[in-house]
Design a protein around this ligand. Structure first.
Ligand code: C5P
Length: 222
């Protein structure tokens, strides 16, 4: 069977990474979390006290950091210059600032270049905001996942509580809406459904339902 590239895009907390991981496992493909790369840069920029509006300095950071996505038995690990930042890139501070970092064209240009290189070998599932439109416009399968903001905030809230994290449903809703707005309204490769993407509304579907639908599409293509 042919090895494909599968692009999964959609707004924040729509279940992209959970579904992408399931599909990658099922197909024995590599999973690439592009959001983690923008988060890693954001984390590093905050640590280096760089103004997140300063495009030139942010681009400069990318000159001296290597971002590695490693597959490990416990899941994906994210390394910045060999340092494990898997958990550090999921903090509130990073989550609420990443869209500012990700809006800069020079940052996106370099990230897209790195992401394209990671997907040169097919047999990949990549999730993000601009995968179907910019990173892998020739992906054989393109999926656009959506869900109501109530549903997305509710899922994140539940996840947080299960992990024992403090969580406020209303704050989550506002943060998700804010991030979607910034990601959709930026000039450089905004969050957008590719013309040839299949849209799946996951609001009333389970993770497994969504994965099964995507796997059906994959079977039909290969
Ligand atoms: O997917 P995740 O929520 O971790 O992404 C974090 C942020 O990174 C997004 O809100 C967006 O600002 C940025 N991003 C992006 N393009 C991608 C993936 C993520 O701009 N392909």
């Amino acid at each position: 069977k042919t090895e494909l590239a599968i692009a999964i895009d959609g707004p924040a907390a729509a279940g992209k990474s959970t579904v992408a991981k399931l599909i990658a496992k099922d197909l024995s493909y590599i999973y690439i979390d592009t959001g983690a790369m923008y988060r890693a840069l954001t984390y590093q920029a905050i640590n280096e006290n760089v103004d997140l509006e300063n495009e030139r300095q942010l681009r400069g950071i990318l000159e001296h950091i290597e971002i590695d996505l490693q597959q490990s038995p416990e899941g994906q690990k994210v390394l910045v210059n060999q340092m494990d930042v898997t958990h550090d890139i999921r903090t509130h501070q990073v989550t609420n600032n990443v869209s500012v970092v990700a809006k800069h064209p020079a940052v996106r240009e370099e990230m897209v270049k790195r992401q394209k290189a990671l997907a040169l070998k097919r047999g990949v599932v990549m999730d993000g905001r601009d995968i179907g439109t910019h990173v892998l416009p020739d992906a054989e399968v393109k999926i656009f996942l959506i869900a109501s903001v109530e549903e997305r905030a509710g899922r994140r809230h539940k996840e947080n509580l299960e992990k024992g994290f403090a969580s406020d449903l209303n704050d989550l809703k506002k943060e998700i809406e804010k991030r979607d707005q910034l990601d959709s309204e930026r000039e450089a490769s905004p969050l957008l459904k590719a013309e040839d993407a299949i849209e799946i509304d996951t609001t009333s579907l389970s993770i497994q339902d969504v994965a099964d639908r995507i796997l059906e599409v994959v079977e039909a293509v290969r």
